[in-house]
Design a protein around this ligand. Sequence first.
Ligand SMILES: Nc1ncnc2c1ncn2[C@@H]1O[C@H](COP(=O)(O)OP(=O)(O)OP(=O)(O)O)[C@@H](O)[C@H]1O
Ligand SMILES: [Zn+2]
Length: 468
Amino acid sequence: MFVIRLYNTFGRKIEDFNVENNTVRMYVCGPTVYDYVHIGHGRTFVAFDAISRYLKLRGFNVIRVQNITDIDDKIINKSKETGKSWEEIVDDYSRDYIDNLNALKVKIDLHPRVSNHINEIIDFIQKLIDKGNAYIAPSGSVYFDVDTYSKYGELSNTKKEEWNQGEEFIKEKRHAYDFALWKSKKPGEPFWKSPWGEGRPGWHIECSTMSTRYLGESFDIHGGGMDLIFPHHENERAQSESYTGKLWVRYWMHVAFLTIKKTKMSKSLGNIIPLKDAIRSYGPSVLRYWFLSSHYRSQVDFNEDSLEQSKASLNRLKDAMSIIRNILSEGPKSYSTDEDIKIQKNIVSEIEKFHESMSDDFDTANALSHIHNIASIIFSKLENTRDFMGASIAFDAFRQFNEVFGVMDEEFSLAYDRLSKIIDSIVEIRNELRAKKMYDLSDEIRSILENNGIKILDSKEKSTWRFQ
Ligand SMILES: Nc1ncnc2c1ncn2[C@@H]1O[C@H](COP(=O)(O)OP(=O)(O)OP(=O)(O)O)[C@@H](O)[C@H]1O
Ligand SMILES: [Zn+2]
């Protein structure tokens, strides 16, 4: 099987992927919960989902942690604007986030929240102070002294002149590029007690503390959108490596933006399409398909036509699956022709290319094109030759594809066989009604099935069906 290679933002080059003990520890920065999660978030979360599903398909254990930022200036501002408490805001939007992850079938093993880890964050900051990497300012805020970490700027490939953190309290910092670990309390803001007075954690420290707590002092993949490379991930790295003195993250992976009218989709810019609305309009499978139809490192602009196209392409794969099912229901034959053997080899070669693409920096776009090549073989050849062995190979190819893409789960569910037998019988009865020209009744059966997500595919001889 192909060696998995991926683009490491650190060093900006493609590298072989290696982990210890076959277990991949992955941390992805989750949302700040002060508004609805949008399809830009969806893209990043589904991209890492496909990566972890592929790693599982290749036999790795994958542990995924994705945090919820539930303390932040933006949450406090939203609370001031709306008159709601910050807890209420955080509750509402965390629920929206989790519901949408579930709807999109993105599996996360732990969703740590900042507000549950204040003690751990305080201990982390104290250790940085003790080691001389952080200092307490007169206000009671604590800052990271960037000059104490000589590797600063390596991850983002930036120079000192570019390090302005745009932080408040500029006067009390040793350098403009130092960043806050702990922010002293301001009137009307949520706060916690600490050795340096009342206050709250800065943004970057939460990810260093929670990822290290749950994944260890060194872990494998750290990811997020490209906006996070600087300053967020640069700062996280400085904190964590100063804390442990060890290499913190082996592979840094960043997803390109989902844009709308060529501008990054972002809560703070107010140009979002909430995930819940997109899921309602297109369904989770079409959305996932659309996200994964481009490589995670290329920017994608939102466009309704391309979503419609994804829907049609996904239906093409479902049509192909329905033909496979039909051929399989006819049972094995006792002889394969030379043509059958040639087709079988072509399908095997396409599924190999699927793996080759996925192993090449998780190129889902290319991988998808090979699944469509299998669909073309099914339409142009297998549908006529009706070779059982070819259909079995194609079935397994689609199963592997679905394990990574998660867009045809109905077709592979445990209940499928039982359900499909029932639908087969209904469609058979409808075929008999059509043969007897009882069209009113057959149309009614069609509409009942279609209202329940089952599409009838009529042909001259015999109708078949597939899930919509
Ligand atoms: N348009 C986008 N495309 C791809 N990934 C995104 C996009 N917006 C956010 N992300 C990613 O989603 C995760 C959560 O992001 P965050 O809550 O900071 O979102 P945001 O909408 O950019 O918010 P804000 O405008 O408040 O910064 C991060 O990993 C971030 O990089
Ligand atoms: Zn983070």
